[in-house]
Design a protein around this ligand. Structure first.
Ligand SMILES: Nc1ncnc2c1ncn2[C@@H]1O[C@H](COP(=O)(O)OP(=O)(O)OP(=O)(O)O)[C@@H](O)[C@H]1O
Length: 336
């Protein structure tokens, strides 16, 4: 469990104090993949760097398991950081070293293993990230995705209990991003490792994370299970980030409410109902014609979900009865 309590951080800029983080609280469960999302300047980098105390907060506490990192001396922190892996946006590989030597580097720094033990560990890590055949190459001879695989192998070298990912896929194309996200999901499953990542991309959150916190102007404005936050976003910052993905209520509602002039239904399907012809069934049962205006079918971490906007020509009484009818089919219906 990672617990962040009342974390505050200011920077001095041109003689004035800029609040980068204001009273941030997070609870991240053991083995969870936890995403922190926000726009540029929201405080994401500052927050992730405060988690391993690369950045000292002004006040507040960071605990990882039983360790209160904020109370540690620099020397104690150096030791503890060896079990906090970090993956960077621009990989941060040593150019003069081979792939194997990059992965070996943190083992050399930590000490305690013989050369043969380090070699065996490097082989194991390269197999885990699928780079067995590239161990003698140098970073310049690798693709972006392969470089990030080296970065991930290096971060895992000393058996960390937490992996921090700082925009780990934002320098990669969409296909390579998918492959790296799949690798991180696989590592989380295989090793039971807690992963905390920062991103500005809701797609990363949707594909990979169990929980999410939305950061806005240095504050956590919303946090919870990804499914809940996606389907019922409470804060304007979350709604605006979701709208860009086509999954937000704002994008669904848009101008249509005014123009169509009939009640609109927002229908949310999670799991099996997302794949069933529920709209047709309910329309027949209620004797109403439901006109589909827009819709999305997607997955949140392998759970299918659908978000539909529909218009219905019906009396007020008939419309008010619809949420209960849809609920029987496992679909949430809101009359907008
Ligand atoms: N070293 C610094 N000195 C002064 N101000 C800083 C410093 N680092 C960050 N800030 C300010 O703190 C705030 C949060 O910055 P931070 O880099 O954490 O945001 P971010 O969400 O990671 O942004 P991005 O996505 O653009 O990297 C911003 O207003 C930024 O200008």
């Amino acid at each position: 469990m990672i617990e962040v309590t009342d974390l505050t951080k200011h920077y001095l800029h041109a003689g004035s104090r800029v609040a980068a983080l204001s009273a941030v609280n997070l609870r991240i469960g053991q083995g969870e993949i936890y995403g922190i999302i926000g726009r540029s300047g929201a405080g994401k980098s500052t927050l992730i760097r405060c988690l391993n105390l690369l950045e000292r907060p002004d006040s507040g506490e960071v605990r990882i398991g039983a360790d209160a990192l904020t109370a540690y001396s620099e020397r104690q922190l150096q030791q503890r950081r060896q079990r906090i892996g970090m993956v960077f946006q621009h990989f941060n590989l040593l150019r003069s070293r081979t792939v194997a030597a990059n992965v070996r580097f943190p083992l050399e720094l930590a000490g305690g293993l013989s050369a043969a033990q380090m070699d065996a560990r490097v082989d194991e890590l390269l197999a885990l990230v699928g780079l067995q055949d590239h161990q003698y190459k140098r970073p310049a001879q690798l693709s972006g995705g392969q470089k990030q695989r080296v970065g991930i192998a290096r971060a895992l070298a000393n058996h960390p209990d937490v992996l921090l990912c700082d925009e780990a896929t934002s320098a990669l194309d969409p296909e390579t991003t998918d492959a790296i996200l799949a690798l991180l999901a696989d590592i989380n499953r295989q090793l039971g490792l807690t992963i905390v990542l920062i991103t500005h991309d809701m797609r990363v959150i949707r594909q990979l994370c169990d929980s999410v916190a939305v950061l806005d102007h240095g504050r956590v404005v919303e946090a919870g299970k990804v499914l809940d936050v996606f389907l019922q976003p409470q804060h304007a910052a979350t709604q605006s980030l979701l709208a860009e993905t086509g999954l937000g209520q704002a994008a669904l509602q848009g101008q249509w409410r005014e123009r169509i002039g009939t009640p609109l239904l927002k229908l949310t399907f999670v799991g099996e109902p997302a794949l069933q012809p529920v709209l047709d069934k309910v329309g027949r049962e209620a004797g109403l014609r439901i006109n589909l205006l827009s819709g999305t079918l997607a997955e949140i971490k392998h759970t299918p979900f659908g978000l539909l906007l529909a218009a219905v020509v019906a009396s007020d009484v008939e419309v008010q009865a619809l949420p209960a009818i849809f609920a029987r089919e496992g679909v949430r219906c809101e009359v907008l």
